[in-house]
Design a binder for this molecule. Structure first.
Ligand code: ADP
Length: 185
């Protein structure tokens, strides 16, 4: 299964992604984790990316597209993968489509984890990561609304989108995700 997992910051994507990869054989490709690892290792890419991350802005498409193109070539991706945090812009989605079309390995499904904005702000404010201060949270929600939410229409148009309600317990939400994916495996 090649899937994209889309949801606003604070939707609980990370938690549900961990459950999904524990239950199914898929590589977990989180661009947020990859960028934080590069930042902590102080690589040139990581330091550049951090200028954007610390402000709640998206890292430029060219950087992130190269990063994911390299990652998708790794052998563990052959058995399927869950893309978590990528694509986040239409340009990234188009670049991904082009890469996957060239390789003859199109996406199977795009899963949206839907959570209302007031709930997101409440959750993020309680989390305590470096980019979780109120102004940066606001910026990340704005980036989601303006740059990432248009992907929902994009993938809907391709017949790939499934949406799951992200309110409830971790167990309830995981149950909904598995139900939504049951027809795709
Ligand atoms: P969140 O917890 O807000 O969903 P992530 O952990 O996925 O965030 O990503 C953290 C930060 O890394 C983002 O705010 C952004 O600056 C950067 N980032 C991650 N993925 C991408 C991407 N696909 N395109 C641009 N920037 C990205």
């Amino acid at each position: 299964m090649r899937m994209v997992f889309i949801g606003p910051p604070g939707a609980g994507k990370g938690t549900q992604a961990e459950r999904l990869i524990a239950a199914h054989k898929m590589a977990h490709l989180s661009t947020g984790d990859m960028l934080r690892a590069a930042r902590d290792a102080k690589t040139p890419l990581g330091l550049k990316a951090n200028e954007y991350m610390s402000a709640g802005a998206l890292v430029p498409d060219a950087i992130i597209i190269d990063l994911i193109a390299e990652r998708l070539k790794q052998p563990d991706c052959r058995g399927g993968y869950l893309l978590d945090g990528f694509p986040r812009t239409i340009a990234q989605a188009e670049a991904l489509d082009a890469m996957l079309a060239a390789a003859g390995t199109p996406l199977d499904v795009v899963l949206e984890l839907a959570v209302p904005e007031d709930e997101l702000f409440r959750r993020l404010a309680g989390r305590g990561r470096a980019d979780d201060n109120p102004e940066v949270i606001r910026q990340r929600l704005v980036a989601y609304r303006n740059q990432t939410a248009p992907l929902l229409d994009y993938y809907w148009g391709k017949g790939l989108l499934k949406s799951v309600d992200g309110l409830g317990t971790v167990e309830e939400i995981f149950g909904r995700i598995e139900a939504a994916l049951a027809a795709v495996w």
